[in-house]
Design a protein around this ligand. Sequence first.
Ligand code: CP3
Length: 354
Amino acid sequence: MTELKNDRYLRALYKQPVDCTPVWMMRQAGRYLPEYRELRAQAGDFLSLCKNAELACEVTMQPLRRFDLDAAILFSDILTIPDAMGLGLYFETGEGPKFSRPITCKADVDKIGMPDPEGELQYVMNAVRTIRKELAGEVPLIGFSGSPWTLATYMVEGGTSKAFTKIKKMMYAEPQTLHALLDKLADSVTSYLNAQIKAGAQSVMVFDTWGGVLTPRDYNDFSLQYMQKIVDGLIREHDGRRVPVTLFTKNAGMWLERIAATGCDGVGLDWTINMADAKARIGDNVALQGNMDPSMLYASPERIRQEVSTILEGFGEGTGHVFNLGHGIHLDVPPENAGVFIDAVHELSKPYHR
Ligand code: CP3
């Protein structure tokens, strides 16, 4: 077993005692950091950063040099799988991700294959191996993937969407086609995450950014069912240690019990639920990750500390909480405010862990 100098993040997910509450931030590496913008300008574009193991490693390390973070997260993107399936991923400035060959029908679904994690996606595994070496046991490394539903929204819509009309049309008019796509994605995500674990990821997280746009029934059938398949197929122990899996569906406060019942270790929370309510509902079964509104990082240091204190009080005494934002950090947040947030979590949580 590789020794870790700081294993607070893993211990909180195992619900083992910690000295203070661990903290990391979704999208902690990225555009709010001037050193990221500089490296990205040199590399040319975002995908070139992802596809070069040394650059991806450097970007992963940037926030750890600035802040006292308790975990590193692989610098990559959830859209690597559809890209490897041949959909042609590109980024248009200001418009987000796009696919040149989106999925429109059953024949398109039948055509796509399962990418080989050590083939087309080997650049991701190389990044994981490089980052693990560079981290030298300082903090654990989180690997990740998108959920099948969230990946399918980008693949069918051809990019970012607001109303999700194309994928919902497929869901209601041609459900077998969408199920065939989601099933392929669930298998691909499982083998992708297992390869990340073998390459050195010590924990994994599934981002279901768009599950919250579904009806309660459809959330079960088109999103949760496929995340369940992933949880069931994941390597849960590696290198002598449990590999915790965290599921994060944005806007899913009403379905927390169902998410916790998948057998995951952690449930990610956005800011639309009170920490105390979430803890009362599922805190006996799983660890909770979250849940400060990322926009709070625009506020004064005093206001940020006050919010951290409120969320800590909501969770109350004991372990099982990984502090995070309720979604990714905004790109125009002053980096100093992120520092105030992280230090406040460590300092103000100590009384809850005696
Ligand atoms: O958290 C981290 O620090 C790890 C890196 C990470 C990125 N994307 C880097 C990135 C993670 C975990 C993701 C996940 C991701 N990617 C999600 C799910 C997470 C969530 O926020 O719910 C989604 C929906 C995507 C798809 C995607 N990729 C979008 C919507 C964008 C932004 C496009 C834009 O122009 O605003 C990306 C690009 C992206 N992924 C960037 C980063 C740092 C910005 C790239 C750049 O322009 O430099």
